[in-house]
Design a protein around this ligand. Structure first.
Ligand SMILES: Cc1cc2nc3c(=O)[nH]c(=O)nc-3n(C[C@H](O)[C@H](O)[C@H](O)COP(=O)(O)OP(=O)(O)OC[C@H]3O[C@@H](n4cnc5c(N)ncnc54)[C@H](O)[C@@H]3O)c2cc1C
Length: 411
């Protein structure tokens, strides 16, 4: 009898695990069970339809810094399979991946369909058995260590090993919890902030190339570009902060004070000194007309007005109060956040199967022999940029290789 591998979930991690397992072990029977009518639906919409497959970051020690959850645990796995391996894996299958200036990597065709086609062709080539509209509803361990899977349609299935690649699925987490696994409370990550504030109300579309964002009263901060939207703030600096502070912000019910430094090279004191020096170096210049640093002129004007500096006031007219308020508004501007919105390009859930209960060398459960995990079902998530898929490829690859070659993968 052939060894039977059942993969729960026909998404990124499920397909990657299935293809690798079937390629590495041609005698193994590999089945993918997907509850939806379509496979790979998140891959299809990923990266705005272009699929940000991975990131051009090839040093595992640097790579782990993009993972708010799973950072420490992913170091070992990234030495086994990292973005260089991802690129090579796809290139071997005639899918060329190229980097953009910011490091994000996409198929050269610029469409996620290329990745989907590649997966479907490879699955067919290696004889992976694909099943749609079959959702797992229960799982029981048999006396002989095999696993009996119960589905909503199509009867039961007996597997020798099972990979859970079911993404952020509450019912599956519940099943795993009943089997003794700890599930870290799932929460949203990668979202934008709702802010109603006259400084930014009319500035939709304005972006600042580099800011420091901080949550008042917390130690978490982030840097990067900031984008003003019609509902508040977005851009890499905000998305990164939302990921790193996902747990704290949920506890605050997304009501908190955000502090922004629009001039990252200055703090309040050094900024104030710079503003005071303007009084002697440019006394006759109208303040509103000469933004400092990389602050865009429309935002600069708005900040000036907020500080009581109208278009008539030049540097020599500016009172001490005005300059103090301006230094404050440039380096520690406080904005009241009243809620969050999903980021349309990429969003993930943090939380999932607790990593302490998984052997990261094999992706096998430490509690349930024969049960493996890959992808978002685990308590792993990253900031935007292709890192979430990379975690799916890496964990899926390791699960597949340890099932097909258990001795080798444990070395
Ligand atoms: C809009 C959007 C864009 C994104 N863009 C990017 C990007 O460009 N780059 C990037 O790195 N990340 C991106 N992400 C994140 C990335 O899509 C996920 O990290 C990744 O899809 C996780 O893969 P997965 O296979 O673990 O889970 P999923 O892709 O969610 O797949 C899980 C599958 O399991 C199935 N399933 C669930 N329960 C059952 C059950 N009971 N029985 C059978 N099947 C079941 C689900 O239907 C699903 O098909 C994006 C996310 C979103 C929402």
């Amino acid at each position: 009898m052939n060894f039977k591998l059942a993969i729960i979930g026909g998404g990124a991690a499920g397909f990657f695990a299935a293809i690798n397992a079937a390629e590495m072990s041609p005698d193994m029977e590999v089945h993918v069970f997907e509850k939806a009518a379509q496979f790979l639906s998140k891959v299809r919409v990923s990266g705005g339809g272009r699929c940000n497959v991975t990131h051009a970051c090839f040093n595992p020690k640097e790579l782990i810094q993009f993972y708010p959850r799973g950072s420490r645990e992913l170091l070992g796995p990234f030495y086994v399979f990292n973005p260089a391996d991802t690129i090579e894996w796809f290139e071997k299958r005639r899918v060329k991946i190229q980097a953009e200036a910011d490091g994000r990597m996409f198929p050269v065709t610029n469409t996620s369909q290329t990745i989907i086609d590649c997966f479907l062709q490879e699955a067919e080539h290696y004889n992976v058995q694909l099943h749609t509209q079959i959702g797992l509803t229960g799982i029981t361990q048999l006396d002989n260590q095999q696993w009996q899977l119960n589905f909503n349609h199509g009867g039961d299935f007996i597997a020798d090993a099972v990979i859970f690649a079911s993404g952020s699925s509450a019912p599956i987490w519940e099943i795993l919890q009943q089997l003794g696994h700890t599930i870290i409370n799932p929460l949203p990550s990668l979202f934008t902030f709702h802010i109603k504030d006259k400084r930014i109300d009319e500035l939709m579309g304005v972006s600042v190339p580099d800011v420091i964002c901080k949550i008042d009263g917390e130690k978490i901060s982030s840097t990067g570009p900031l984008l003003i939207t019609h509902w508040g703030l977005s851009g890499p600096a905000i998305l990164k902060l939302s990921a790193w502070a996902a747990v704290q912000l949920a506890a605050k019910q997304y009501q908190f004070t955000l502090k922004i430094n629009f001039l990252p090279e200055y703090n309040y004191q050094s900024c104030l000194e710079l503003l005071i020096s303007q009084k002697s170096t440019s006394p006759k210049k109208h303040i509103q007309l000469y933004p400092i640093g990389a602050v865009p002129s429309r935002l600069w004007k708005s900040i000036c007005l907020f500080c009581g500096i109208n278009d008539k006031i030049n540097w020599s007219d500016a009172s001490k109060d005005m300059l103090q308020k301006l230094a404050d508004s440039l380096t520690q501007a406080a904005f009241k956040v009243t809620g969050k919105s999903t980021f349309k390009e990429e969003f993930v859930t943090c939380g999932g199967v607790a990593l302490e209960e998984v052997d990261l060398r094999t992706m096998q459960s430490k509690k349930l022999p024969g049960i493996y995990f890959a992808g978002e079902v685990l308590n792993i998530d990253a900031v935007t940029g292709g890192f979430n898929f990379q975690a799916a490829w890496t964990t899926a690859y390791i699960a597949a290789s340890s099932i097909t070659n258990p001795v080798e993968s444990k070395k």
